[in-house]
Design a protein around this ligand. Structure first.
Ligand SMILES: [Zn+2]
Ligand SMILES: [Zn+2]
Length: 258
């Protein structure tokens, strides 16, 4: 399985920067998990192949350029862009984003080929199919309805925590999943901002270190993501000081293969 965390910003030479402002993972060039930077960082080929998007929660850093992505593709889409999310997240997207005020309600619109955007409500705790992938979603502990995911292609499995603080259900499915290859987990704030991390339901390196004790098997790669750009260096240092084997920081732009 090929996974790329899309970059959010580019330097003057057009090179991706390490700062991760927006969240969007692309799996095997065809499925996206969240869509923060989807309209600004997909390459030309991916723009033609990514049609399935799982939205873990409606926060702006996870959906910022989703409306623009559909707008850009509007005349050329020969199949709808499929948005997979829980019923409550779909309701929030329709109420707060695709509401004719912030942007058009694309789920009501058609081009010459047919509908341009379609919602697919996802179950909690039961597997569902997205393109060639089997996915299980479970609620995590964030300030809006949010799901973590375990994604498998039959050979490889990867877990995505999405945005969360201390949680249990997610670890239950992660621990049940034998042979998990990678765990992508958030680490948003440095330790000195534990209070803010707590109220906004995010991890710091210290709280993540505690949380990882709930993991009953090891050996998989653990990649920290969602580092707030203003504190990136500090968070990276504190993560390294945890001395957890195979814990690294995911680099935006780089393609990882598991
Ligand atoms: Zn969030
Ligand atoms: Zn976020």
């Amino acid at each position: 399985m090929k996974i790329q965390l899309l970059p959010s910003t580019f330097d003057a030479q057009g090179m991706a920067t390490l700062e991760q402002r927006l969240t969007c993972f692309v799996i095997d060039d065809c499925v996206a998990v969240d869509a923060g930077s989807i309209a600004i960082a997909l390459n030309g080929e991916q723009r033609n192949t990514v049609r399935d998007i799982i939205v873990t929660h409606p926060h702006m850093d996870h959906v910022a350029s989703l409306p623009i992505f559909i707008d850009d593709l509007y005349p050329s889409l020969q199949e709808p862009v499929r948005i997979y999310a829980t019923a409550e997240v779909i309701e929030l997207l329709e109420r707060d984003v695709f509401n004719w005020n912030v942007y058009p309600r694309f789920s009501d619109l058609k081009n010459d080929y047919g509908p341009v955007m379609e919602y697919i409500p996802i179950p909690i705790g039961a597997p569902f199919r997205v393109a060639h992938l089997n996915v299980v979603a479970v609620p995590v502990n964030h300030i809006v309805p949010t799901v973590g995911l375990v994604v498998s292609d039959g050979e490889t499995s990867v877990a995505f925590s999405s945005d969360t603080a201390e949680t249990d259900e997610f670890w239950k499915i992660v621990n049940e999943m034998k042979g998990l290859d990678a765990l992508l987990i958030e680490a948003s704030f440095p330790d000195r901002m534990a209070k803010l991390a707590h109220v906004s339901r995010h991890f710091t390196p210290a709280s993540l270190g505690q949380e990882l004790k709930k993991l009953t098997h090891n050996g998989m790669d653990i990649m920290a993501v969602h580092l707030k750009p203003s504190y990136r260096e500090e968070i990276v240092e504190q993560l390294a000081a945890l001395n957890i084997p195979k814990l690294g920081v995911m680099e935006p732009g780089r393609v990882y293969e598991w």
